[in-house]
Ligand binder design. Structure first.
Ligand code: MTE
Ligand code: MO
Length: 177
C-alpha cells in the first residue's frame, strides 16, 4: 500500500502506450470522437480536492485530482436530448460502471491524470481514471477507455453483482439487496 492508498481492482493493470492510447466517446451523441493522449491532455485542465470512499470500509481523504472535467468531454461530444446515462468501459478486461448523466455534469466530476501532484500511478488507474467524489469509489472507473452515452441505464460490473446502483456514501447506500 504505497502512501497509505489501498488498491482495489480485478488484478489486471493494463499497460500504457501514449502512442496507442485512445479515449472513445460514443453512443447517443451528435459528435462521436476518438481522442489520442496528446489531444486529451491538450484539453483545458480542471482540479478537485476530494475524499475517496471504498464500499468495503476504507477512505482516503483530501486527494488532489487534476485532469479534465467530465463537462468538457460532454461539450465536445454533445449528448442528444435522449441521453440520460453514461457507461464507462475500462482497459482491465472491460470493467464497466454506469452513472446518470446529470450527476456526471456536476463540476466536481473529472477524468484525472494526476493525483497529489504526480502522474496518476498505473496501479491506481493511470493514465486516466474517472473521479466521482460524491459516490463510492467503484464508480470512479480506473483505466477508462470508452465513454458511452445511453438512453437507458446499463448496470456495470459491480452493479450486476449486487452493489447499489446509486452508491451514495452519505446514506451508506451500499447494496441492492
Ligand atoms: N477499471 C476499474 N476501475 C475500478 C475498479 C476496478 O476493478 N477496475 N475497482 C473500483 C473499486 S471497488 C475501488 S474501491 C476503486 C479503488 O481505486 P484504487 O485502487 O485507486 O484505490 O477503484 C474502482 N474502479
Ligand atoms: Mo471499492
Amino acid at each position: 500500500m504505497a502512501h497509505g492508498w489501498p488498491r482495489l481492482d480485478l488484478g489486471i493493470v493494463p499497460r500504457f502506450d501514449p502512442k496507442a492510447w485512445t479515449l472513445r466517446i460514443d453512443g447517443a451523441v451528435e459528435k462521436p470522437a476518438t481522442l489520442t493522449w496528446a489531444q486529451f491532455t491538450a484539453l483545458p485542465p480542471a482540479a478537485v480536492t476530494a475524499d475517496f470512499h471504498c464500499v468495503t470500509g476504507w477512505s482516503r481523504f483530501d486527494n488532489r485530482w487534476e485532469g479534465v472535467s467530465f463537462r468538457t468531454i460532454a461539450d465536445l461530444a454533445r449528448p442528444l436530448p435522449a441521453a440520460r446515462h453514461v457507461v464507462l468501459t475500462c482497459g482491465d478486461a472491460g470493467y464497466t460502471t454506469n452513472l446518470p448523466l446529470d450527476m456526471l455534469l456536476d463540476d466536481d466530476v473529472l477524468f484525472a491524470y494526476r493525483h497529489d501532484g504526480k502522474p496518476l500511478p498505473l496501479e491506481h488507474g493511470g493514465p486516466l481514471r474517472l473521479v466521482v467524489p460524491k459516490r463510492y469509489a467503484w464508480k470512479s472507473a480506473k483505466w477508462v477507455r470508452q465513454v458511452t452515452f445511453v438512453e437507458k441505464d446499463e448496470p456495470g460490473y459491480w452493479e450486476v453483482r449486487g452493489y447499489s446502483n446509486t452508491a451514495d456514501p452519505w446514506t451508506e447506500d451500499r447494496y441492492s439487496f
